[in-house]
Design a protein. Structure first.
Length: 223
């Protein structure tokens, strides 16, 4: 979800207005994705690098999260199962937001629709680092041997453990990079780039991305 600040700047609005517009787009796209039968979707909401932004902007983003999470029915009523992925030991994530996250996950745990991952205080490198630490602890406790470590063992200790790898990664706003997003999981994902800023991203753009993806021949390193 990228381009909120630029969207606001082009309209002479504060960056907070862009983030509010981006939050509305998130709701629209999540509902639409669930409606058309997408099984798993991960949105990059806030990265580990985003803490370097101005304090007022960060506080505004976190308050938007809280406002959305206070209405836990957002997920339950849409039959969407939500999971937050990221490093939640960050001291800037206060008890209120951590409680709201836990409640949202609990309230949607029996949903049978789309699995929605919300990446909050997320970094792909940090995710891999955390997984390696867990595996290292298991080796130290002699629960597994070093020779038993495989790609599957690492994957089983990622934030997205138990979920399939992404088929398609969509990057709006005219940027052409991963930005530390799902580094491990995206090894063979297809990419779709768009110049559309996130607040202007519509269901029709998602449809176009899926249509383009459906025409590709995925070889996974083969012929």
């Amino acid at each position: 979800m990228d381009g909120n600040g630029r969207w606001a700047k082009r309209r002479g609005l504060p960056r907070s207005a862009g983030h509010s517009a981006g939050a509305r787009t998130f709701k629209t796209i999540a509902r639409y994705a669930n409606k058309i039968g997408i099984k798993y979707m991960t949105v990059y909401a806030f990265s580990t690098e985003n803490w370097s932004r101005p304090k007022d902007e960060v506080n505004n983003i976190l308050e938007l999260f809280k406002q959305y999470l206070r209405d836990a029915s957002n997920f339950k009523d849409e039959n969407i199962k939500v999971k937050f992925i990221g490093d939640f030991n960050e001291p800037h994530l206060d008890d209120e937001i951590l409680t709201l996250i836990a409640d949202a996950e609990k309230n949607s745990e029996n949903a049978t629709g789309m699995h929605l991952n919300i990446a909050l205080n997320y970094g792909g490198r940090q995710e891999i680092t955390d997984a390696v630490k867990i595996v290292a602890e298991k080796v130290a406790k002699k629960e597994i041997c070093a020779n038993d470590i495989t790609e599957e063992v690492i994957a089983d200790n990622l934030y997205t453990s138990g979920q399939p790898y992404p088929d398609l990664i969509i990057r709006p706003s005219g940027e052409y990079r991963l930005s530390n997003f799902l580094i491990w999981q995206s090894a063979y994902a297809e990419f779709w780039f768009s110049d559309v800023l996130w607040p202007d991203f519509k269901p029709k753009h998602l449809d176009k991305a899926i249509e383009d993806y459906s025409m590709r021949n995925r070889r996974f390193g083969g012929i």
